[in-house]
Design a protein around this ligand. Structure first.
Ligand SMILES: O=C(O)CCC(=O)c1ccccc1C(=O)O
Ligand SMILES: [Mg+2]
Length: 355
């Protein structure tokens, strides 16, 4: 795995910046921007959220390079069962969104959205449960939006809808630990996402017993091998999830999920269904509740149709260049470029701010 980075010129030469419109507003955006790279192993994606720092984005670049320039490990399965992802939409939009996820027996529902109330969450979760029926599973994702008391109150109010788990109810690892203790007796597990993705040490939450389940994303964890290493060391069940990537980034996640020995939970990799455009003619959309473990080829005419504005193209290329320099620094200090846990510790650069 110790191999030189492709040169910056090699990356930039093979880059396209796209902006894909969303069917439904998500994380406060109406379009997802991504920088697509063409590597010897196939297309790959660099798409840290625009507000992320260069230091934080370095793991995402390590992941992009790993997927495009190094063959992925041998998959253990050829399809990945996935959940529907329901953004914090109004009740009357719930059925329309869920119909985009054919066959999905699990729904992940965003709650605790800024500007909304617990009543909004209850109404959305109720509508989703009615749409799904009693057999399907419902998990919630608060993105750290509650304090411990608010989380306890909300989980009590939402428990009647039969919850599979609650993802990142509170922002800090301390608060996750506390809420996990408080709801343990209810049999509702707590999952950690930002507490794995946005911290210097992705294993801290597992070591401290602050979560029952880890949400694992390939790009922020430095790529497939680095994420597999974290999964192995954490010793907790995991849910591989997307970062609202294009189908290229989803393919990276699907390959990661395909390498995990035990997948007890449906994975959050159906989010191509939220995009109104994609960069491949074979988008990784759910069919019968799962997506295939494949590397879709870029469709160059679709890429052309979704190219970002010149201004955004320049912004992403400059970002790529700065982040590349950060990654070079990691390689010099650690002798490798694909292990954010070690590299971040070495350079003490990762941030722990809430999403
Ligand atoms: O897990 C899923 O169902 C889809 C992915 C998802 O929710 C997500 C996508 C982009 C950024 C953050 C998140 C998140 O899990 O918080
Ligand atoms: Mg989450």
């Amino acid at each position: 795995m110790l191999r030189p980075l492709p040169t910056l010129a090699e990356l930039l030469e093979r880059a396209s910046v796209v902006s894909l419109p969303l069917h439904t507003r998500f994380r406060g955006v109406d379009a997802r921007e991504a920088l697509i790279l063409r590597g010897p192993e196939g297309a790959t994606e660099f798409s840290p959220f625009v507000e992320y720092s260069d230091e934080e984005a370095a793991a995402w670049l390590a992941a992009a390079i790993d997927f495009g320039w190094v063959a992925p490990p041998e998959p253990l399965r050829d399809r990945i069962p996935v959940n529907a992802t329901l953004p914090a939409v109004a009740v009357d939009a719930v059925a329309g969104v869920l119909d985009r996820y054919p066959g999905c027996r699990t729904i992940k529902i965003k709650v605790a959205e800024r500007g909304q109330s617990l009543d909004d969450d209850i109404a959305r979760v109720r509508a989703a449960r009615e749409h799904l029926g009693t057999d399907g599973r419902i998990r919630l994702d608060a993105n750290g939006g509650w304090n411990v008391d608010e989380a306890e109150h909300a989980i009590h109010a939402l428990a009647e809808f039969d919850l599979e788990y609650v993802e990142q109810p509170c922002a800090s690892v301390d608060d996750l630990w506390e809420i996990r203790q408080r709801v343990k007796y209810m049999g509702i597990p707590v999952a950690a996402d930002e507490s794995v993705r946005k911290v210097d040490d992705p294993l801290e939450v597992a070591r401290r017993g602050a979560a029952d389940v880890l949400v694992i994303k390939a790009q922020p964890l430095g790529g497939i091998r680095s994420a597999l290493d974290i999964v192995e060391r954490a010793g907790l069940p995991v849910v591989v999830s997307s970062a609202l990537d294009t189908s290229i980034g989803i393919a990276m996640g699907a390959h990661l999920a395909a390498c995990i020995p035990e997948l007890e939970y449906d994975c959050g990799l159906a989010t191509a269904a939220l995009l109104a455009a994609d960069v491949t003619a074979e988008p990784l959309l759910p069919v019968d509740g799962s997506i295939p473990v494949v590397r879709p080829a870029l469709d160059e005419s679709l890429v052309q149709q979704s190219l970002a504005s010149d201004e955004r193209d320049v912004w992403w290329r400059e970002r790529l260049e700065r982040v590349y320099r950060v990654l070079e620094g990691w390689s010099e200090s650690t002798g490798r470029h694909a292990a954010p846990s070690e590299a971040a510790t070495a350079t003490a650069t990762a941030t722990a701010t809430a999403e």
